[in-house]
Design a protein around this ligand. Structure first.
Ligand SMILES: [Zn+2]
Length: 310
């Protein structure tokens, strides 16, 4: 339970910081100064009223100074981030238990690989939760989250490439065809021209570029058919970020979940008469939420699907 508890508490702290980012980044405000203020009366928030989750509950969602309601988004973001960190801490616990328990040969280089992957999913979740709420509230997906995310995702892949397990950078000649064992997949058919680390890094860079190009094509097609903007460049950068962290197929799965979620929501809004066919929809929120699901269960879905095709 120690991993999960530390994960939960760290998640609350990061969630609290994420709230500041959500409130200020879309308006290009500083996230460092001034200190947290009430959005209504601008009174500084006392440290004891700034405790994640607890303060909001104790104050019954109202400012201590002016009594105006404080958005439920604050405790919601803190709780979601805490849940995300708890899940990732539990995964980290499994990884460490698997590689470092007595009787195993100690941490192999693959353990470092798995731990970095775990860190990547944790960071991706933090950014994605932030982007869900920023797009929902302002319709903006700040570059300080999306482009920084692309950079961090690719940086982590470069770091992972250092820790390929023995044999993973070698070409194996099997009975049927020459195969290059590559990371993230068991005995993936590879090629004879690149070593494991090169294939891993270049593959992920190409995946992120491919995802961005695909989104640009969808954007152009929509514009040609509907004669209006359906998707911002922020959505393009967001899918590039998701793919940089998770890989190509989880990225595509995120897009599928995002389109599905947005469609269901759109139909509901139309049915309730809340929206017309030209209403704006925060697609980035749905895409980011889809990526959270893909990051968590994507591997299993993709495996099951490729089994079906076999
Ligand atoms: Zn106030």
């Amino acid at each position: 339970m120690i991993y999960e508890t530390v994960g939960f508490l760290l998640g609350l702290i990061f969630g609290s910081f994420l709230n500041v980012c959500i409130s200020r980044l879309p308006g290009h405000e500083s996230i460092v100064k001034p200190s947290s203020r009430c959005p209504h009366c601008h009174a500084s928030i006392r440290w004891y009223d700034n405790i994640p989750l607890l303060s909001w509950i104790l104050l019954r969602g109202k400012c201590r100074d002016c009594g105006q309601p404080i958005s439920a988004r604050y405790p919601l973001v803190e709780l979601l981030t805490a849940i995300w960190f708890t899940i990732q801490a539990a995964r980290l616990h499994t990884v460490i238990h698997f590689y470092f328990s007595p009787g195993t040969n100690g941490g192999s280089s693959y353990s470092a690989f798995a731990i970095i992957a775990n860190l990547g999913v944790t960071i991706a979740g933090f950014l994605l939760i932030g982007l869900i709420f920023m797009d929902w509230e302002t319709g903006l997906l700040p570059d300080s989250f999306t482009l920084t995310g692309v950079f961090l995702g690719l940086l982590l892949i470069c770091t992972q490439a250092i820790f390929l397990a023995p044999g993973q950078d070698q070409i194996l000649l099997t009975q049927n065809s020459p195969k290059l064992t590559s990371v993230g997949a068991t005995a993936d058919t590879g090629n004879l021209f690149m070593t494991g680390p090169e294939a891993l890094i270049l593959g992920r860079v190409l995946a992120a570029c491919g995802a961005a190009i695909l989104m640009l094509l969808i954007r152009q097609t929509y514009r040609a058919i509907r004669h209006r903007e359906g998707m911002g460049l922020g959505d393009v950068k967001l899918l590039a970020m998701i793919t940089a962290f998770l890989g190509f197929w989880p990225g595509m799965l995120s897009l599928f979940f995002g389109v599905l979620g947005a469609s269901i929501y759109g139909i509901f809004q139309l049915a309730r008469g809340r929206a017309g066919t030209s209403s704006k929809l925060a697609f980035g929120s749905f895409l980011a939420a889809g990526a959270l699901i893909a990051a968590q269960v994507g591997d299993r879905i993709i495996d099951a699907y490729s089994q079906l095709l076999r």
